[in-house]
Design a protein around this ligand. Structure first.
Ligand code: MN
Length: 204
């Protein structure tokens, strides 16, 4: 996550596409609220909480691994949202490929089974939270469900893909129908971005 070192603040990363770019799967209104209101508030609160503490100047991943309470919540939510938005694209690669695809096939059978399992986990997660595709140090994949701001970094795992199941991620477009929101999300998840993370992790 980018910082302004002159003032020691974490920065709100701009969306890597236009607000209208993910429609009709995710509307301009949803992105406006999700990025400019919800995510912006997490980054702002993170900066407010971290000032003057032993966490000041620490990498955000280390804050997530070490902090608790409101500082953990806001650091993780800031990180999770930057990661989530960076995974989406108006021109996504709709299937995993290369070494990531091999790992998906090993862990889940095939890419459709992975999608079904993550969708089921997203629908089943009670309340707010995140469903992750994560890898261990050897590159083995797993699906990780976390309540609230949870992130697999705290389990020593490496996040590859995140589904935001907080209501603010889908309520404007899909109201209470979380499953419809997740189904639409798959249309804008860019497996190229996920694959690049996996390749970086596994040294390729
Ligand atoms: Mn969110």
């Amino acid at each position: 996550m980018a910082t302004d070192n002159t003032i020691g603040k974490f920065l709100l990363a701009p969306l890597p596409y236009d607000m209208q770019a993910l429609a009709p799967h995710i509307s301009e209104e949803t992105l406006l609220y999700h990025h400019d209101k919800h995510m912006a508030a997490y980054v702002s609160k993170l900066n407010e909480l971290v000032g003057g503490t032993l966490y000041e100047g620490m990498a955000i991943e280390d804050i997530i691994r070490q902090a608790e309470g409101p500082l953990f919540n806001n650091a993780a939510q800031a990180w999770n949202h930057e990661f989530y938005f960076a995974t989406l694209s108006p021109s996504p690669q709709l299937m995993p490929s290369g070494r990531l695809l091999e790992a998906v096939n090993t862990a889940f059978g095939d890419a459709d089974s992975l999608r079904q399992n993550m969708t089921q986990a997203a629908v089943a997660l009670f309340g707010s939270g995140w469903v992750w595709l994560a890898a261990d140090d050897r590159g083995a994949l797993s699906i990780v469900s976390k309540p609230n701001a949870g992130n697999p970094l705290t389990d020593g795992l490496h996040p590859l893909l995140a589904i935001d199941v907080w209501e603010h991620a889908y309520y404007i477009d899909y109201r209470n129908a979380r499953a419809d929101g997740v189904k639409a999300l798959w249309q804008v998840i860019d497996w190229k971005a996920v694959g690049l993370r996996y390749d970086a992790l596994t040294g390729k």
